[in-house]
Design a protein around this ligand. Structure first.
Ligand SMILES: [Fe+2]
Ligand SMILES: [Fe+2]
Length: 274
């Protein structure tokens, strides 16, 4: 696919390249596209519902501070970050709308997700909003890392959804340090960084849980003991390594680029499936 967006140079030879993604065959994806499991699928779908308002929030949080940096390289990274997140929002909106065909009340969940971020934008100081963005970008980067690192996770996804999540994952890895660097370079220190991460968890864990639970409950298919056990097995594989990566964020000297994801990026660049 032709690409109209310029890449921005990031650390260690990584480029932030915004790319348009096109679903090829979303209609044929099954309802339970993740491991044929309603729990796992609804959890991922709940995450996807939060992504468009979440990424809009990230873009605004970064833009609040972008004019404080005069370095043209940083400005260009911010530009590419904003473009990537804008394209992710668009693709996730398309994915989320597709859940309607299975009876999911996408409208209700989207309105709720938007209200959560609107509340945060209204009441949380802008500096903390940028700190939250830096932390949530770390969370998405560790999720991306897990998708590439744990073959069982990728193998359990329907190919169309895997292609989609891998595209998003690659771009998250490319821009993972943009918000962090902006937070730090505009005066955000360690304590505020940790406080912002705690605020992010305190304000977003419950809405995420609520959306996932509501989607599971609204689904006429009853969750079986097998579904539960299979979901637990998958989580045991995917969550502990991700939590270990997330925990690194709380070290004083942490920087997102210390996780070298370039081999994952190279693997995808060799056969980019857009
Ligand atoms: Fe994104
Ligand atoms: Fe991101």
């Amino acid at each position: 696919m032709e690409n109209a967006f310029a890449a921005a140079a990031s650390a260690d030879g990584v480029f932030i390249q915004p790319r348009k993604f096109a679903f090829r065959d979303l209609e044929s994806a099954p309802q339970y596209w993740f491991a044929n499991n309603p729990i796992l699928t609804h959890i991922e779908n709940a995450f996807s519902i939060l992504i468009p308002p979440g990424e809009r929030f990230f873009i605004r949080a970064v833009r609040n501070y972008a004019d404080r940096v005069t370095d043209p390289v940083v400005a260009d990274r911010v530009r590419a970050f904003v473009q990537q997140e804008g394209l992710h929002m668009r693709a996730h909106n398309e994915l989320n709308a597709s859940f309607k065909r299975f009876g999911t009340d996408v409208e209700r969940e989207t309105v709720y997700a938007e209200s959560v971020f609107a509340w945060i934008e209204k009441w949380v100081p802008k500096r903390i909003q940028l700190g939250m963005t830096a932390f949530l970008e770390h969370i998405t980067a560790t999720g991306a890392h897990t998708l590439f690192m744990e073959p069982a996770v990728a193998a359990a996804m329907h190919p169309e959804l895997l292609r989609f999540w891998r595209w998003h994952a690659v771009e998250e890895l490319e821009h993972k340090s943009v918000a962090y660097d902006l937070f730090r370079d505009t005066g955000g220190g360690y304590l505020l960084r940790v406080l912002s991460a705690i605020v992010a968890v305190a304000l977003l864990a419950h809405p995420f849980n609520r959306i996932a639970r509501r989607m599971i409950k609204a689904d006429p298919r009853r969750v079986t003991r097998d579904d539960l056990q299979a979901a637990r097995r998958m989580h045991r594989k995917a969550i502990p390594p991700q939590l270990r990566l997330i925990a690194q964020y709380f070290r004083p000297g942490f920087h997102p680029d210390e996780f070298d994801d370039r081999h994952f990026l190279a693997e995808w660049y060799a056969a980019p499936a857009l």
